[in-house]
Design a protein around this ligand. Structure first.
Ligand SMILES: [Zn+2]
Length: 269
């Protein structure tokens, strides 16, 4: 047992485990705050391999393939603050309310996760307290600090999706995901649709909901921030050149969006 960062006794993370929160440009004044809930695929040492083969721990059920490279490069290009989760969604899914069954999935697509079966309440709560909470607390504190400092916040939640899910091929290259914000998503859709050769999903392959999402409803919608999610198809960003290409594309689009929002008075001129 070691002491955790908040002074609580840690049941889960030890001194050889990485911190849950990954950040880039924390002092940025860019209006864009980038988040990445499924950025990493770390597993606390105490959980071993969750009873899964390495081949399962590297595929899309464990993390958003390719998104870490895109997120880092996009944050660098926009000089924007990125807050990302280092741990696998198989340990605890940071884009699910912690009280739904898929928060700590016992089955993902067709894979049973032995390490998630028969968890005690204490072990379930440790995953939340040591992995989920620090990540979302950091996002909350950042938004509140920016508010106090007069820095506007536009929340952009970065994800990637598998080209084939449960045997069904997905036609989109990229999709926007949103709930009720009507300011940012239309501008992002317009920017993506202006790119030649892209099939762009409008709330595809998923729409955001309070039951299946956490970051956008809690940090974006509940605070009335301009916000959107982006889903990029994983085969397009599986290597560094694809990640760079998409980061360049998104940086250009968000640069234009920022200018538009300033012209519209939705951001200070
Ligand atoms: Zn994701």
């Amino acid at each position: 047992m070691v002491l955790g960062g908040a002074g609580d006794t840690s049941l889960l993370l030890g001194e050889n485990d990485p911190p849950p929160v990954v950040e880039q440009n924390p002092l940025s004044n860019s209006p864009f705050l980038l988040t990445s809930d499924h950025f990493g695929r770390a597993i606390p040492r105490a959980l071993g391999d969750l009873g899964l083969a390495e081949s399962e721990l590297t595929r899309h059920i464990a993390w958003d393939i390719g998104v870490a490279g895109v997120a880092r490069a996009l944050a660098a290009k926009l000089r924007a603050h990125l807050i990302a989760q280092a741990y696998s969604r198989l340990v605890i899914d940071c884009n699910r309310p912690p009280d739904v069954p898929s928060s700590i999935p016992r089955i993902s697509e067709a894979t049973v996760i032995p390490g998630n079966e028969s968890l005690t309440r204490e072990l379930t709560e440790a995953r939340r307290r040591e992995i989920f909470d620090p990540y979302h607390r950091r996002i909350s504190e950042t938004i509140e600090r920016r508010l106090r400092d007069g820095i506007p916040t536009v929340l952009v939640s970065l994800h990637s999706f598998t080209p084939v899910y449960a045997g069904i091929k997905r036609p989109w290259h990229v999709g926007t995901l949103y709930q009720s914000d009507i300011r940012l998503p239309p501008l992002l859709l317009k920017g993506l649709r202006a790119q030649s050769g892209l099939v762009v999903g409008d709330n595809e392959p998923y729409a955001v909901s309070n039951e299946t999402d956490y970051t956008i409803p809690v940090h974006g919608e509940a605070r009335s921030l301009m916000n959107t999610g982006i889903e990029i198809r994983q085969d397009l960003i599986s290597d560094q050149s694809g990640q760079t290409e998409w980061a360049d594309r998104l940086a250009n689009i968000f640069g234009e969006i920022e200018a538009t929002l300033r012209a519209q008075g939705l951001l200070p001129a």
